[in-house]
Design a protein around this ligand. Structure first.
Ligand SMILES: [Zn+2]
Ligand SMILES: [Zn+2]
Length: 250
């Protein structure tokens, strides 16, 4: 699998990065994990606008899904070749209505479904293109999912947004690459059931015995290096901060 960090800024974009969005590719299939603020522009640095095969939205906070409104325009009003077919969009219940409301004036209340085939997420396992997918509901103020992706004996997990939870341990167990949020700073913002701090992300990685830890969703006002040091204090495998444009062969 090839993982590209399209955007990794937490909560709002930074000068260096769009919000959460990660491209996972294998066997020519392209799955996008989240499409936060600014992600649609960055995505076009890596693939064409119409090259996606499926989209996963971890939850409906704007920093994970709001560029779907722009992507609706691109697919619905495509200038060459006419309207796009509906692409599978795996998202929590209510995604279509939420995005339609955010867009404000779609031609009809069901216009989004003409170009997005919304599929309601739950906890479970399913096949998607060449991937075996497992999703688990994680711990966040709104319904939110983490995801584990397996292909050809390799695996990666993405936390989405979450506080400490057993479900994240299940997703991360033994993965080759663990893309884990670390929004908060240990000792400063230890708020349960919202986000992880660097130490908590490192502890999840250590419990899971993951091959590599990539910390992501660090807000512009947070010191990423401090969060990375906190993670390294409890996880002794390779660990780094996600950076926009970074590519990993998993
Ligand atoms: Zn977020
Ligand atoms: Zn969130």
């Amino acid at each position: 699998m090839k993982l590209t960090v399209v955007g990794c800024s937490g909560s709002f974009p930074s000068a260096e990065s769009a919000c959460s969005s990660y491209l996972v590719e294998a066997d020519g299939f392209r799955l996008l994990l989240d499409m936060g603020n600014g992600a649609l522009g960055e995505l076009q640095r890596h693939i064409g606008l119409y090259d996606l095969d499926a989209i996963f939205l971890s939850h409906l906070h704007a920093d994970h899904c709001i560029d779907m409104c722009g992507y609706f325009v691109a697919r619905y009003y495509r200038h060459e070749g006419g309207r796009c077919d509906a692409i599978p969009v795996y998202a929590p219940e209510g995604a279509e209505q939420r995005l339609t409301t955010a867009y404000a004036d779609t031609p009809s209340p069901s216009s989004m479904s003409e170009v997005f085939d919304f599929r309601t997420l739950g906890s479970g396992t399913f096949e998607l293109g060449p991937f075996t997918i497992r999703t688990e509901k994680v711990c966040h103020p709104v319904e939110a999912y983490g995801i584990r992706i397996e292909h050809g004996g390799r695996s990666l997990a993405y936390s989405g947004d979450t506080g400490v939870c057993d479900e994240l341990d299940e997703l991360a167990r033994g993965v080759d690459l663990f893309l884990c949020e670390a929004s908060f700073t240990h000792g400063k913002e230890d708020i349960p059931e919202l986000h992880l701090n660097g130490r908590e992300a490192g502890a999840h990685a250590a419990r899971g015995g993951v091959g590599r830890l990539v910390l992501t969703h660090i807000p512009p006002w947070t010191d990423g290096e401090r969060n990375l040091a906190d993670a390294r204090a409890v996880y002794d495998g390779p660990a780094e901060l996600a950076k926009a444009g970074a590519v990993y062969e998993v």
